[in-house]
Design a protein around this ligand. Structure first.
Ligand code: ZN
Length: 304
């Protein structure tokens, strides 16, 4: 019974952890503009009510503000991301901005932390060097850049999820018809989560990399409301599309390196290969989109 109760409380926290009330708000005298008001912020100039004497705490907060870390909500937002990822993202894209730290800052602070800790554990910089002249310099440079700039790297990698997510989860039971900018925010949160999973697997145990697919499943299920299979097959398709998109980019890099020797049969071959891959992506997206639309219509008919 106890466990059941605890789980019920956890579920309640997951879906709505914040309760706002305007009861018990004190009257304040603004230190900045002398306006008298009730609440946490001055309605005239916007200064917080708890700004008072300058203490060592104010100095500390001001130093932390260099990295945007002056508020405690960074830690709590990361905590929420680990325990209620999909609900947090859903809250954020639906206007509950105060419940989460800015996702871009969050991604870059986690990336900075990740870079510092991994440098400390393994001080030698990672640099994959070309072995001979025939090697693919552009590709190697791109891989080195992704590894050595975890923030931008993760951001680049997850941005490929925006369009497939948009196409396949358009008719979902929850958060349907999300827009592409909302999709960009979804991927910023997912990128932070992905980086945290990579961090755990490098620091604690390699097995923790299995957290990545588990978290994608949990977050997408909470965010879009499909059941197990509905979430799973769509995510699998998204991962496949992601692989195909990366393949296209790699083959394009090869193409650019070999462009001096054009037009060889190799060049034409790569071009055809890329077009076929693009067509494949388009077909997968289209089929997924059609099925999602059909099932959504069936759902609305059933509830009517
Ligand atoms: Zn004021």
């Amino acid at each position: 019974m106890k466990v059941k109760e605890l789980f019920a409380r956890f579920r309640a926290w997951q879906t709505s952890p914040f309760h706002y009330s305007d009861e018990g708000l004190e009257e304040h005298h603004c230190a900045n503009c002398n306006h008298t008001y009730t609440g946490n912020y001055c309605p005239v100039c916007g200064q917080a009510a708890d700004v008072g004497r300058i203490t060592w705490q104010s100095v500390w907060k001001n130093v932390l503000s260099v990295w945007g870390m002056e508020s405690k909500s960074l830690v709590y937002s990361l905590w929420q991301l680990l325990w209620r990822p999909g609900y947090l993202i859903s809250d954020y894209i639906n206007g509950h901005r105060q419940q989460s730290y800015s996702p871009t800052s969050m991604l870059f602070i986690v990336a900075l932390f990740y870079a510092i800790v991994t440098k400390w554990i393994n001080p030698a910089p990672i640099d994959i060097v070309a072995e001979d002249e025939d090697d693919l310099i552009i590709l190697l440079n791109a891989i080195n850049w992704l590894i050595n700039n975890p923030g931008w790297g993760i951001m680049t990698i997850t941005m490929f999820f925006i369009i497939p997510t948009w196409a396949l989860f358009r008719f979902s039971p929850r958060n349907n018809h999300h827009t592409l900018p909302q999709g960009a925010f979804i991927q910023l949160f997912m990128g932070t989560l992905l980086l945290m999973c990579i961090f755990f697997s490098e620091i604690i145990s390699n097995y923790l990399k299995w957290l990545i697919p588990i978290y994608y499943y949990i977050a997408y299920r909470q965010l879009f409301g499909y059941r197990f299979w509905g979430t799973a097959w769509r995510l699998l398709l998204i991962v496949n599309i992601w692989f195909l998109a990366i393949l296209i980019l790699i083959s394009m890099a090869i193409l650019f390196e070999r462009i001096s020797t054009y037009p060889t049969p190799e060049f034409i071959g790569f071009l055809v290969f890329e077009l076929v891959l693009l067509l494949f992506i388009f077909i997968i997206l289209f089929i997924g989109y059609r099925i999602s639309k059909k099932t959504s219509q069936a759902r609305t008919n059933a509830t009517c």
